[in-house]
Unconditional design. Sequence first.
Length: 352
Amino acid sequence: MKIDNYLSERKSPTLAAKLAWCWYTPYRHDEILKQYESERELVLDTVRALRSSFLGVGKSLRLKDEYISMRKLFQDAIDSVLLFASTNNLNILQAEDTIYDGIILMADNNIRRIPIVNKEDTLIGIFTVHDIIRLLGGIEKYESLYQEENNDLDMILAKSVDHIAIHNPITLSGNHSVFDAVKTMVDNEIGGIPIVDGDKLIGIITERDILYLTPLLKELSENNIPFVPQKDVITVTPDTTILGAITILAKEDIRRLPVVDKGRLIGIITTTDIIQANYTFANLFSEVLSFSVKDIMIKNTYFITPKDAIDDAINLMCHWNIGSLLIMEGDELMGIITERDVLKYAYELLKP
């Protein structure tokens, strides 16, 4: 099966990001290469596949037919952030769409940020899961919204996304490099950046794309950087209410909480689980908030041990398309690795 079919079903990350991960994962490298008589043929097919994936913005890509190896192709590719950004079939919102519309779109597509555009596809804002969590957590910033609707959360969620969206978000043009994108995300502590052509939205790059790119960045980097995972992990108990978990997530500016019962890890709850919660119970959001985290937590968690290498951790996160891994030693929770940690690691790999 050729490369254009091999990676055709892609939700996240983009084709180029997933291909980069596959190529620098030994067993997947061989799986791809065995379909071709030579690496040169693979390179040509890869260029064709990438071009077809970026038909709408192909003029911005600097892909040539003279590449003789995947390494040379990727060395050139990391100079173009657009190649590793989602461009086709972008999930977008209009300013008049409701907050609840945004929640449903996130829940359906397992995403955490959605660009907001007008009818001319001009970018006017971005709506993120962080905004939702802060709203649900009753952060002071949204006090006026609660007052307007007499603390009726379901009425608040019926308001337009424009009420809580980030206006004039940080953006990059397609001719910026992957390093520019990573540095911008790290410097501004954000998880994604819309890519624009003038004021028109043409794509978005996120931490998840960078996660898949990291094996490539490590291969090309001249920096020998140790990876230091988070050791201080905030946890909740299974009887903590969903609202209680939201309050912690909003206050600590984090996206996931391991669930511990009598010192034993029994699951994890994430911001994605929360926005999908009303699907689970078919209840109003205001009702779901009083339920316990044990009702929506993920019980079968993925983990590594302190002895495992960061390469193994990243490959596991990419294989399962997940945003975090717990670090376990026996039954003891020792730490956590998140997409944000890998983003910072990628930044150190890319630094001149």
